[in-house]
Write a protein that binds this ligand. Structure first.
Ligand code: GLY
Ligand code: MN
Length: 462
């Protein structure tokens, strides 16, 4: 973890935006896989990590916004646990590492919350996303656990989003470490991308890299020649010449900061001319939007810019027709790029998504669109210096979507369906990078990762 004063400062800053009530942060516990003592790999809650930094199961943190006192609740392990787990630091020592002077056993939390609630004080908590946390909150607050998500404190969500959105230098350094792990995962995948190799073999090797250099993958690895399926977690295909492998993966640094990078590699290491044409359109959308990203510009503006580049490219290939701006305004491009341009990145790969996408990426002034495609944009607000974002335009040929739209004559003024048919087995291309918005523009994070068609072909040869 970082030094104790990092967490003390973050809590102090939160205390400036909330000035009464109790902030209750329930840390994660182990989640069983197939029986209680066989858990999934432990992942601490990101908000708990942000304010208390302790990467251990079974803790709760409390911030008293009236008195300014902080507390860690948790249980010291007994000799039986030490026999199985080895010696563990005391809760008091752990609390001090987070700059917290007050610590107490978990059973005292119930009385603490009961007293606070009994005297009419507001108990602020963030939306829970795990059943175990809902149960703990429900039992502490004597309320239906199923309603805990809707009872979360908007005031606390706002305060947390404001802090976590602007990254500290130490956080940027962690994200860069995570990008560098992703770089190694991607270069390895490119070099293994040869005919006859099964996707699973590459998946296993790159997942191993994430575990050997950090805290493992930042989300389930997407690696498939069926790249038209946006979140494809199946890895059963054998690679064949003429197809492209889309790899979307990232890692967590040892302090749980995330990267998220996508590359699309031709099997065997050489693009066909048809693949290269589409690749270069997506590359232009990636490069031009990165070039344009700066404070004041919104992620929504940049998304529209990427969509117009994709639509213009599709028009150049004869797959779209008519006025490109009009086509994008009505959402016709979404046949080819049905997702958003990118999202915030930090302690979560979709940073703070658990707090509610609209609480992070939209406001009273900037509302989420309900148009197909644009509706998936996770963040519509202007960029600020200190934001960390992914930029991930793509172009996909999704046979089921083509059939549906064609059947409904959807946007027939803008789409040449006969020509689109010629690409129905093409697959998908996405190119994703991670960048920091600076005062004057932006900076790509991490060492450069092969990206142009020529660079990819060179890397595959290496
Ligand atoms: N990398 C997966 C996603 O952004 O959804
Ligand atoms: Mn992403």
């Amino acid at each position: 973890m970082f030094e104790a004063d990092v967490y003390t400062n973050r809590r102090s800053r939160l205390k400036r935006s909330l000035n009464n009530g109790i902030g209750l942060f329930i840390g994660n516990v182990d989640s069983p896989k197939n029986y209680p003592a066989n858990p999934y790999h432990f992942r601490q809650d990101s908000d708990f990590l942000y304010f208390f930094g302790l990467n251990l199961q079974g803790l709760a943190g409390v911030i008293d916004f009236d008195s300014g006192e902080d507390y860690i609740f948790g249980d010291d392990v007994d000799i039986n646990s030490i026999i199985w787990m080895g010696p563990q630091p005391s809760i008091r020592d752990l609390a001090l590492r987070a700059g917290v002077k007050n610590s107490a056993p978990m059973k005292d939390l119930e009385n603490f919350i009961e007293r606070a609630a009994g005297s009419g004080r507001e108990i602020h908590f963030l939306p829970p996303y795990r059943a175990e946390t809902k149960m703990t909150l429900g039992s502490l607050l004597k309320e239906n656990p199923c309603q805990m998500k809707t009872r979360a404190s908007q005031e606390l969500i706002k305060g947390v989003v404001a802090l976590r959105s602007i990254k500290e230098q130490r956080e940027i350094e962690e994200i860069e470490k995570a990008v560098d792990i992703a770089r190694e995962m991607h270069v390895t995948a490119m070099r293994m991308c040869r005919p006859g190799v099964v996707e699973q073999e590459i998946f296993g090797v790159i997942e191993g890299i994430a575990h050997s250099r950090g805290k493992g993958p930042s989300f389930p690895i997407i690696l498939s020649v069926d790249g038209q399926t946006l979140h494809n977690h199946a890895h059963h295909n054998t690679l064949e010449e003429g197809r492209m492998m889309l790899t979307d993966c990232g890692a967590e640094s040892f302090l749980n900061y995330c990267s998220d990078i996508t590359r699309t590699t031709p099997v065997g290491g050489s693009f066909t001319s048809r693949q290269r044409e589409v690749y270069d359109i997506v590359l232009k959308a990636n490069v031009d939007t990165i070039e344009a990203a700066r404070p004041g510009m919104s992620n929504r503006d940049l998304h529209i810019m990427a969509c117009e580049i994709i639509a213009d490219g599709m028009k150049g290939l004869g797959l779209m027709k008519g006025d490109v701006r009009e086509a994008v305004a009505v959402g016709a491009h979404a046949l080819f790029m049905p997702h958003g341009l990118g999202h915030m990145l930090g302690l979560d790969v979709h940073d703070m998504e658990g707090l509610g996408e609209n609480n992070v990426g939209y406001s009273d002034e900037v509302k989420r669109s309900d148009q197909f495609g644009l509706a998936y944009l996770r963040f519509g607000l202007p960029y600020k210096a200190g934001h960390v974002f992914t930029i991930e335009p793509g172009c996909y040929f999704i046979p089921e979507l083509i059939d549906k739209w064609r059947g409904e004559k959807m946007h027939a003024d803008f789409i040449n369906y006969d020509r689109v048919e010629e690409y129905r087995d093409f697959g998908g291309i996405r190119i994703e990078d991670d960048l920091l918005i600076t005062e004057t523009g932006n900076r790509l994070l991490g060492e450069p990762i092969p990206k142009t068609a020529d660079e990819l072909e060179q890397t595959c040869k290496g």
